[in-house]
Design a protein around this ligand. Sequence first.
Ligand SMILES: *Cc1c(COP(=O)(O)O)cnc(C)c1O
Length: 226
Amino acid sequence: MNSDIKKTIAELLDETSKHGVKLIAVTKTVPTEIINEAISCGVTAIGENRVQELLEKYDSLDKRNLEIHLIGRLQTNKVKYIVGKVDLIHSVDSLKLGSAIDKYAKICEKVQNVLVQVNVSGEQTKGGVAPDELEALLVSLSKLKNIKVRGLMCIPPAEKIPGENKRFFSLLNKMMVDNNNKNIDNICMDTLSMGMSGDYRTAIECGATMVRIGTKIFGKRNYTEV
Ligand SMILES: *Cc1c(COP(=O)(O)O)cnc(C)c1O
């Protein structure tokens, strides 16, 4: 593996651990040999955004000390392939999806940890529940016994000016605090997944507990985002 990757991982682990933030290395399009080398450099959590790609890589990953996160959009019909295989699903944004996860988790006799994705920027092309529908969704999800909502996630647009996404990250933080204070049964959130290569420092300033970083570690990929 090229020594730049190693160096970047060391720097990011240092920077994130100083703030008590978990580094999730986003490994979409990255081959498993490189992912396993990143793991040997200290990466303890990876994020994939497509179920199919994750399944193809799954058996080859060095999973001894590894958390696997699903960070991309999840279709209800793919849920059965990943429940129980991933530590955290970041992209729950409907009761339909939450119920499907709950159903398969029950079959596997597991409780699946999830985050609720919030569309903080209101972009139509993006997944996530609208901010004003978050509370109702949390109330519904809280009744499902085999999922556990651990916190919130967002994907705002790339920052054009450093610090620009502060308003979105602060909003997500505030939504977590406000909803925790409502004492919804079974809802006690402590996880904020926000910040990518271009804006993770802004996100950490605003209280992120997990940052999802791909490009900064592995370089630019040739990939169409959904
Ligand atoms: C690709 C991706 C990331 C990482 O983005 P980079 O800009 O490459 O760091 C983070 N979160 C999600 C949901 C992604 O799909």
